[in-house]
Design a protein around this ligand. Structure first.
Ligand code: BG6
Length: 475
């Protein structure tokens, strides 16, 4: 028993949170480059404050991030030292197509990722590539209104085709869109969506989501045509909802909240909009902008596996003015009194991880890939230069144990596990650097000071043993 042979242990990142080098190799401007540090970040991310260009005097943490752009060889060597079997990273769309609608791709951008993939292969690390982790070219946002326009499908398909052709034999595992349900919660970041006037925001979000779903299905089809070895996954910001009490109304609310999360990956996995989703959309005076052929495309090109992020479970209450809410990942929930929280108010629930895994497997009966899990915490460098991050080890140990229980006790098929931010990176939600997830510390602070020096934390050596023992040694 235990994790199967070849289980893909590793870590995960996203281009805009690690790379930096925003103006290198002819890269164009993207929505994620306009996410400031500080109080405006949430407003820009939700599309409530419009930002069209880089403003003087504003600090944008992703512009340098942790400078993976110049450090990738050193970083991949450190991952190899931990024994990584896989490394999840994303493609910055504007490195490949700086505006998004050019005829030809930017060779310098393609080379950058090719070098990374070759570096991974040198160490037998399987790249896991998110084609779109929250990037959208600003040129396309200004020209078309981003994903609300169907023309985006062509631009995205062109990007994906270039990637599949160029990296054939180097990359096999692909995710189309990171956390597709984030469209409903952080629309400018998730899909470059900004609301105009007094439009119905639900119509805008459903239009955007439908275009991404069709694009995802087309890209899945092309990936399989170009290389039958390609494996394509959808990606969900997961975390099951518990009812606050056993009042039937609370249970019903929890079920509805879960469905709001599942809605889009139901389409990617089963090939059609479920009836509850169509009703959800109708009740919000919106409709799915189907055109002829869409239904067939969705039906015939479902994903090969289900990937997801899990940080915490959530709680639903039927009581509309329910008091205290958690700070959790963008979309808040009612506080669970039985759980402890991280320094950022995210509630810690390893059993909730096993529950979420089981729910996803029951629902889809496709292999699962856990592509984000971890604890964002402040780290201190001791006088002797070490970082004793026992709190992170504790979080990960309990979550890996819960995942192991799901495999051993419940028989779930899991392909791999990548911890979020295996190397410290910029927080998506807050833009902070000091909310650290990594096994590898990066000397950089919230205001952009620091040398970018990399330091191995205590968890680095712990995770190395976990991987070496294929998840048997968790102490
Ligand atoms: C996920 C995203 O929602 O959560 C990541 O895919 C993000 O991009 C991660 O970084 C953790 O959230 P945060 O706000 O702590 O960075």
């Amino acid at each position: 028993m235990g994790f199967k042979k070849g289980f893909l242990w590793g870590g995960a990142t996203a281009a805009n949170q690690v790379e930096g080098g925003v103006f290198e190799c002819g890269r164009g401007l993207a929505n994620v480059d306009l996410m400031p540090h500080g109080k405006d970040r949430y407003l820009v991310g939700t599309g409530k404050k419009i930002s069209n260009h880089i403003e003087k005097g504003v600090y944008y943490p992703s512009h340098q991030a942790v400078d993976f752009y110049h450090h990738y060889q050193e970083d991949i060597a450190l991952m190899a030292e931990m024994g990584f079997k896989t490394f999840r990273l994303s493609i910055a769309w504007t490195r490949i197509f700086p505006n998004g609608d050019e005829e030809k791709p930017n060779e310098a951008g393609l080379e950058f990722y090719e070098n990374i993939f070759k570096e991974c292969r040198r160490y037998d690390i399987e790249p896991l590539v998110t084609i779109n982790h929250f990037d959208c070219p600003m040129y396309l946002i200004n020209k078309f209104g981003g994903w609300r326009n169907r023309k985006m499908i062509d631009c995205f398909v062109k990007l994906a085709r270039v990637l599949f052709e160029r990296y054939k034999g180097l990359v096999k595992y692909w995710l189309t869109f990171n956390e597709i349900n984030m469209i409903l919660h952080f629309p400018f970041v998730a899909a470059g969506l900004r609301f105009v006037g007094d439009e119905n925001p639900y119509q805008a979000m459903i239009t955007v989501a439908h275009h991404e779903l069709v694009a995802s299905a087309l890209v899945t089809q092309i990936a399989h045509q170009i290389d039958p070895e390609n494996q394509i996954g959808c990606m969900l910001a997961a975390g099951s909802y518990y009812p606050e009490t056993c009042r039937p109304e609370d249970y019903w609310k929890a079920l509805c909240d879960d469905r709001e999360s599942y809605m889009f990956i139901d389409v990617q996995s089963r090939g059609y909009y479920p009836s509850y989703a169509l009703k959800w959309i109708e009740k919000r005076n919106a409709s799915v902008p189907f055109i002829e052929g869409d239904k067939e495309i969705l039906r015939e090109n479902t994903v090969d596996f289900i990937s997801f992020s899990y940080y915490s479970s959530r709680v639903s209450s039927a009581c509309p003015d329910k008091g205290k809410q958690t700070e959790s990942n963008i979309f808040a929930s009612v506080v669970n009194p039985y759980l402890k929280s991280s320094e950022w108010g995210w509630q810690i629930d390893p059993l909730g991880f096993r529950i979420t895994i089981n729910e996803l497997y029951d629902r889809y009966q496709k292999p699962l890939f856990v592509v984000e899990n971890g604890l964002g915490a402040k780290d201190t460098i001791e006088e002797d230069g070490t970082i004793q991050d026992d709190y992170r080890i504790d979080y990960l140990r309990k979550h890996i144990q819960a995942m192991k229980d799901a495999v051993d006790e419940d028989g779930v098929d899991i392909i791999g596990y990548t911890t979020w931010g295996c190397i410290d990176l910029i927080s998506n939600g807050t833009g902070e650097m000091e909310k650290r997830y990594g096994f590898i510390y990066v000397d950089r602070d919230n205001l952009g000071n620091g040398t970018f020096k990399r330091i191995r934390k205590k968890s680095f050596y712990w995770y190395k043993k976990v991987i070496e023992s294929n998840g048997e040694q968790l102490e």
